[in-house]
Design a protein around this ligand. Structure first.
Ligand code: UDX
Length: 441
């Protein structure tokens, strides 16, 4: 069915490209904008600038239907759309951890003066609480008289690797609005999801903004909780994977995000908890979030522990050691290396004098660009070749299924450190490997 509402999406990174393609798939006419002309050219030709399972087909379907188009011209989207989705990035500003809002501001500043008809701007970017209220004023000041420009906030919870599924079938939709017109428009935009009984939470601006950062803070806390237990397990000879399994059967706890290992990375969790702490400082409620400092510290300690374990296995020093690294992406099924625990560990080990060769099924190109100091291999076996220790740092299926007997033939020493608790220890030990893992005896 063709919808009469016309949408624009501003910013075609991970979030925006996914949102634009999925909304076109649902029947909306969508015009997506980015200031990066090369990116727009690629997308308009049906090529994704990043790796995301299933998204390229949706993109191509949208292009073929004629409902999905791309532009770099703000005037064109101002003219075209009833609803504008703001999907630009909010990176970490500096060491303070605070969010950098320059892309949000420049998008709004470019769009608002061009609006000539009733328009709803919907913020999806992750922002510090209080941003929407300030943006509403900024829009009101910049929009021409007569253009009824309104703002709503609609945080996005999609995970990389599941972006299409999470957009079409989200766990919940949260909107922050100031009046009924914005809510009615968003109910129209999300009619399909609402018909699927997706919970729909209507809140004010501040609450909607907070939902997003507090959700990520909770997830990060859950991961660091189990990784803190892993530290205790290491001191007591307990097995954190059994512990996690046993905890997961309590419905109140649940097994998701309770996977112990090298901890969290990526473009969201680490930056979002730091921005949240920085915002709490500004709001004068620093103590309320001081536990997140600990969450961050636990997460960093896992990386250090991984380096220590690997060093132990090569005899106490990395000087002259050959280390094979499996994984560079911050998580499997992604080519994203932002704040990747795997590359952080690899770089630290390289810094201590080892020759480090990295293999990843999708992220090699990105890793090469960011870490030219490391060596790279095009296959798992090549990365493990002559290694005195092999490290599994991102739990790709290919590594989970690796045959210890095949790998044994190429390494110098059968030593494996499983940073993601992804392998079966018995299978590897039976094949003659020294197997070590985080949080396990
Ligand atoms: C996350 C949130 O899940 C998503 O809702 C939000 O919109 C953006 O941030 P994403 O960054 O795609 O999504 O990654 P996610 O799948 O959440 O994984 C985050 C990190 O946690 C990864 O590095 C992963 O390896 C790690 N992780 C996850 C664990 O260490 N253990 C777990 O049990 C789960």
């Amino acid at each position: 069915a063709q919808h009469k509402l016309r949408l624009s999406v501003i910013g075609t990174g991970y979030l925006g490209a996914t949102h634009a393609a999925c909304m076109a798939d649902l029947g909306f006419e969508v015009l997506a904008l980015d200031v990066d002309a090369a990116k727009i050219e690629r997308l308009a030709a049906g090529n994704l600038p990043f790796y995301e399972p299933g998204l390229e087909e949706v993109l191509r379907r949208g292009l073929a239907s004629g409902r999905l188009r791309f532009t770099t011209d703000f005037a064109e989207i101002a003219e075209f759309a009833d609803v504008h989705f703001l999907c630009v990035g909010t990176p970490q500003r500096d060491d303070s951890g605070a969010a950098d809002l320059r892309y949000v501001h420049s998008a709004v500043d470019a769009l608002a003066p061009l609006l000539t008809r009733p328009s709803l701007i919907v913020g999806k970017s992750t922002v510090p609480v209080g941003t929407a209220a300030a943006l509403a004023e900024r829009i009101a000041a910049a929009a021409p008289a007569g253009a009824e420009a309104e703002l709503a906030w609609n945080p996005e919870f999609l995970r990389e690797g599941f972006a299409v599924q999470d957009t079409l079938h989200p766990d919940r939709i949260v909107i922050g609005v100031r009046d009924g017109r914005a809510e009615a428009l968003l109910r129209e935009v999300y009619a399909t999801q609402i018909a699927d009984e997706t919970p729909f939470v209507v809140a004010d601006f501040q609450t909607a903004e907070l939902v997003k950062v507090s959700a990520n803070a909770f997830l990060a806390t859950k991961i660091s909780f189990i990784n803190a237990m892993a530290e205790v397990c290491e001191a007591t000879g307990s097995d954190v994977t059994k512990l996690s399994l046993a905890l997961s059967y309590d419905d109140r706890i649940g097994g998701k995000f309770l996977g112990p290992g090298l901890g969290f990375g990526g473009g969201c969790l680490p930056k979002d908890i730091r921005a949240f702490m920085a915002r709490a400082d500004e709001l004068g409620v620093e103590p309320a979030l001081s536990f997140l400092r600990e969450v961050d510290a636990i997460n960093q300690r896992r990386r250090a522990r991984m380096v220590d374990l690997a060093r132990e296995l090569v005899g106490g020093s990395f000087e002259g050691a050959v280390v094979g690294v499996l994984g560079a992406a911050f998580k499997p099924n992604s080519d994203d290396i932002r704040d990747s625990p795997a590359l952080d560990v690899a770089a630290k080990i390289r810094g201590q004098g080892a020759r480090v060769t990295v293999y990843d099924p999708a992220a090699l190109e990105n890793a090469r660009r960011a870490h030219p100091d490391l060596d790279y291999a095009d296959t798992m076996l090549a990365a493990a070749s002559d290694a005195s220790v092999v490290l599994l740092l991102t739990e790709w299926q290919e590594f989970r299924e690796a045959d210890p007997n095949v790998l044994a033939k190429v390494v110098a020493t059968r030593a494996m450190v499983d940073g993601r608790n992804a392998l079966d220890p018995e299978r590897w030990r039976e094949a003659g490997w020294t197997y070590r893992a985080l949080g396990r005896p």
